[in-house]
Design a protein around this ligand. Structure first.
Ligand code: NAD
Length: 271
């Protein structure tokens, strides 16, 4: 059994809570939504396409919790506010919000187009702000507070070549989380950041050949000499590793755990 087959098992319960996860039709967001469903939460799947969001929501509904799929482009203020309003109407106010939607574009800085710079910052930073603002408004109105989780990255702490806007945005999310932790405390709103190492989701699978081409090395060497080079055991982080971290932040009941970032990366980055 490899390290990545070992999954933490916890008894943390989210029974009766309503969780909204963005970018939850794929990868990390999807697994987080499934694990939240297993822990008893009612779950909203927000993603670009209604059909993709609904398909994931329908699969999670089989666990016996309420689910809902919502089409929500997190870069669009109107779409985010309308999506949260629709959720409130159907299932009530959110208790947990995971701002997870993300994209990756790799290029040396001298070739990075301004359009791609803005596109990436919009998904990660505008998306983080808009979804967190909508969640905070509902958490204040419900008087229950709640937990906001941003999907950061080891790139919230470290830089890599070819990723100027991504590294900038992921560093920025740490600042946003710290501000919301301070402003939200009086409402019992907790805010934290998860910083994964490389996880083999579609976002990373797409990047392997792109980096190989940009760096002029083989795909195997991208994995060995770029992605896993500084890990303690040359292992990828898994969607389950990240979902368990999200469950811990989501279930934590007090402001004792707020304004923090947790790096889950097989030791690639050590605090
Ligand atoms: P993924 O491509 O599997 O999933 C991303 C999801 O986000 C997709 O379903 C996509 O449709 C959705 N999305 C993209 N733009 C959107 C928008 N404007 N509005 C709403 N939804 C949108 O990728 P993933 O690896 O699961 O990434 C999820 C998050 O984790 C991202 O924020 C990413 O930066 C972060 N992350 C990933 C890794 C990794 O190695 N996979 C490492 C660190 C951080």
């Amino acid at each position: 059994m490899s390290n990545s087959d070992v999954h933490a098992t916890t008894n943390l319960s989210l029974k009766g809570k309503l969780a909204l996860v963005t970018g939850a039709a794929s990868g990390l967001g999807k697994r987080i939504a499934e694990v939240f469903g297993d822990a008893g939460a009612n779950v909203v799947i927000a993603d670009l396409k209604q059909a993709d969001a609904q398909a994931t929501a329908d699969a999670i509904a089989k666990k016996g919790v309420k689910t809902m799929g919502v089409a929500m482009d997190v870069t669009n203020e109107q779409a985010v506010d309308a999506g949260f309003a629709q959720v409130e109407k159907q299932l009530g106010q959110v208790d947990i919000m995971v701002s997870n939607a993300g994209i990756q574009i790799v290029s040396p800085i001298q070739d990075f187009t301004f359009a791609n710079w803005k596109k990436l910052l919009a998904v990660h930073l505008d998306g983080g702000f808009l979804t967190a603002r909508a969640a905070v408004r509902q958490m204040i109105a419900s008087k229950r507070g709640g937990s906001i989780i941003f999907m950061g990255s080891v790139h919230s702490k470290e830089a890599s070549k070819l990723k100027a806007p991504y590294v900038t945005a992921k560093h920025g999310l740490e600042g946003l989380a710290k501000v919301i932790a301070k402003e939200g405390a009086q409402y019992n709103i907790r805010t934290n950041v998860i910083c994964p190492g490389f996880v083999r989701t579609p976002l990373v699978e797409k990047q392997i050949p792109e980096q190989a081409q940009e760096l002029g090395i083989s795909e195997a060497d991208v994995i060995k000499t770029v992605m896993l080079k500084d890990t303690v055991d040359a292992e990828f982080t898994t969607v389950d590793d990240i979902a368990q971290a999200a469950l811990t932040f989501a279930a934590w009941p007090s402001n004792a755990l707020t304004g923090q970032s947790l790096v889950v990366s097989h030791g690639w980055f050590m605090q």
